[in-house]
Write a protein of this length. Sequence first.
Length: 558
Amino acid sequence: MSTDKQVLAIKYRPQVFDELVGQNIIVEAIKKSISLDKIPNAYLFTGIRGVGKTTIARILAKSLNCNNLKENSCLKNKCENCVQISESRHIDVLEMDAASKTGVDDVRDLIEFSRYGPTSSKYKIFIIDEVHMLSKQAFNALLKTLEEPPSYLKFIFATTEVNKLPVTVLSRCQRFDLMRIKFEEMLNFLKNVTSKEKKYLNDDILKLIVKISEGSVRDGLSLLDRIFLSDNENGKKLDLKNAQEIFGYYDKSYLLELVFELLKGNEEKVIQLYKNIYDQGIEPKLFINNFLEIIYYLKNFKNLNNLKQSIDFSDADLKKIEEISKQVDDRTLLLFWEFAMEKMSEINLVSNQHLAIEMFLIRMIYLKKKNTNNFEKVESSNISSSVHNTPKDEDLSKELDTIKKNNKTINQIKFSSQKKEKHLIQDEKKNNKTTINSFSELISICTKKKEIGLKYELENNVNLISFKNNNIEISFNENLDKNFIKNITLKLFDWTGERWIILLSKKDGLKSIKEIKIEKKYNELKNFKNSKLYENATNLFSDLEIVDIKDLNRRNDD
């Protein structure tokens, strides 16, 4: 296949160690181990997507099996082994995707294949990509071979989620953590690719690609491919705004202007700016993330040394960030951060997230209106020399302290209707307090409040000694619930609004309600058996036995 028809990520995939971007320390360590012939049984390469894990695994395989390694004549893959490995057709280098072959049977086939020595090279090499996808049984099957493989067998693992690997596997591998590619290294690499492709892009577009790629070379090349495909054939050059539209990436200056207007309390302008950002297709959750980023820049502007390298902000934006950071109080920024983090955790609970963000911004405006003296309406061309003497808002300071103590965000806007409702609820609670003057009234209120558990304990396991002046003295049997005192005390306070004292005594108290009922039933049954009615009934039925009596007229009797 012609290289001109290949995507950039494949076309510019490194073929030798010298072509790798941003992994110099790892490359030097591997080269030294090969030169000293101290090659481990298994290598493990881990890192984010697109930093070269599989690529470096293939280069390592070529280095181990290269026929002309000492002469360094295979920089262009001239030896037969290097050519075959590059084309994934070498008989002694097996590359397996653990995402599609996860089972123990696949690993057993691998182990069985490893019993035979290499055919045409020094080592038989197994490259297993995304090794964390293997099953637990597959890892267990691999352990013995991994620890004591034949001298000709080498394993090379690659994974993005090294934490999912068993410790027993990690301990048998020589691990290398591939780092994200640094900003300058990625920028220089993309400039080199652009030059080789005979394309002309300004540095702002390339910086934007570096920013979005987040340290991934593959992502950077894929984004560069999109730019090349979007380039107009009529000779019109792409600018930064066109590139942002292609990537769906909005200009952070909009968000910076929004924060500026928010601090001034300009509600109409803030909502308008947010709608402009939303119309560009920005997800509400991404907006919150970027809002937090702006707050971070404002809070730590003086300590940020590399902010000028960011494509997010122009020189005018940086000047505005500096102005705002001098004007706004740190307490305000920290409070904004707390509210934004709260909204981040709540945003998925709302069906219309767009409206939730608008209300979030309005909430921030009303919060800021409590502290209008703390942020003056600053024009970007004029900064007052007295800004460092801006008075601090004591109310805001107290609220921030409360947040820190309670580890949660508090309400900042309190409506008069809420306060009235709160007082009404409190008054209603006071009017609904119950007076309890006797033990029987206590049992009745338990029935009324549906506290069946307390009612049962009072009737069955409690013997009353005295009941007066919010003091109850009782004795009890061994069946009394261990939480009875705690429960009855809390309920009495809730029902009466007063604190009660429950005294436990060893004195013999009155009989319990249950004992009284049993004794009453016994007496009723005894009296009935002495009656003329019972005598007549036994004359009619000699085997008659009376076990219980119930008065049908007492419908509410237990």
